[in-house]
Design a protein around this ligand. Structure first.
Ligand code: HEC
Length: 156
């Protein structure tokens, strides 16, 4: 009895996650267990990790940061990511359009947590059947990577 209730509940959750998209922000006073339902609005939109506030990011690309970002990308990301087309992980050429800078940084800095606890992270893990490993990237290097990805997105 207890088991089947739990099962039913999991299915409901899975269903809710699949049909999710933009819609689900109701703040029903439910007794849902932590996990995705426990995420703040910020975390839903900008990811879970060390970046907990919106950052000031100019529309102008910072050339120095961009160049540093490219270097790191070639060293630590390219074995799994292409700009165009799927590899081990998703194509990143348009990621700056699909995700906020804070989201991208949290993904780089806390890929395990994102895979476990963020609905979008969980979806990607299912789709790509692997979890992105932490690449030992520092926060300022994650910021540089964002600059590289933004620049690519704007100019390609
Ligand atoms: C060993 C392979 C691997 C490496 C190396 C890797 N990633 Fe990933 N990445 C993945 C996989 C697999 C996913 C999708 C599953 C997940 O989210 O864990 C992913 C997901 C992502 C996402 C989320 C994309 C989206 O659509 O939301 C971003 C952003 C990302 N990676 C950026 C990077 C950056 C930047 C680096 C280099 C610092 C990097 N990754 C290194 C495998 C990798």
């Amino acid at each position: 009895m207890k088991l089947s209730l739990t099962l039913l509940f999991s299915f409901t959750l899975i269903f809710a996650a699949c049909s999710g998209g933009e819609s689900g922000q109701e703040s029903g006073a439910s007794s849902e267990p932590q996990q995705e339902e426990g995420l703040s609005d910020f975390e839903m939109e900008h990811g879970i990790g060390p970046i907990t506030e919106r950052m000031e990011i100019s529309d102008e690309i910072d050339g120095e940061m961009r160049a540093r970002g490219q270097e790191i990308f070639e060293m630590k990301c390219e074995m799994c990511h292409n700009m165009e087309g799927r590899m081990v992980g998703p194509a990143l050429g348009d990621v700056a359009e699909r995700r906020s800078p804070e989201y991208i940084m949290n993904m780089i800095l806390n890929p395990g947590g994102m895979a476990r606890n963020h609905p979008e992270g969980k979806k990607l893990v299912q789709e790509y059947m692997s979890v992105m490993p932490f690449q030992n990237v520092k926060e300022e290097d994650a910021r540089a990577l964002v600059e590289y990805l933004r620049d690519y997105n704007m100019n390609n």
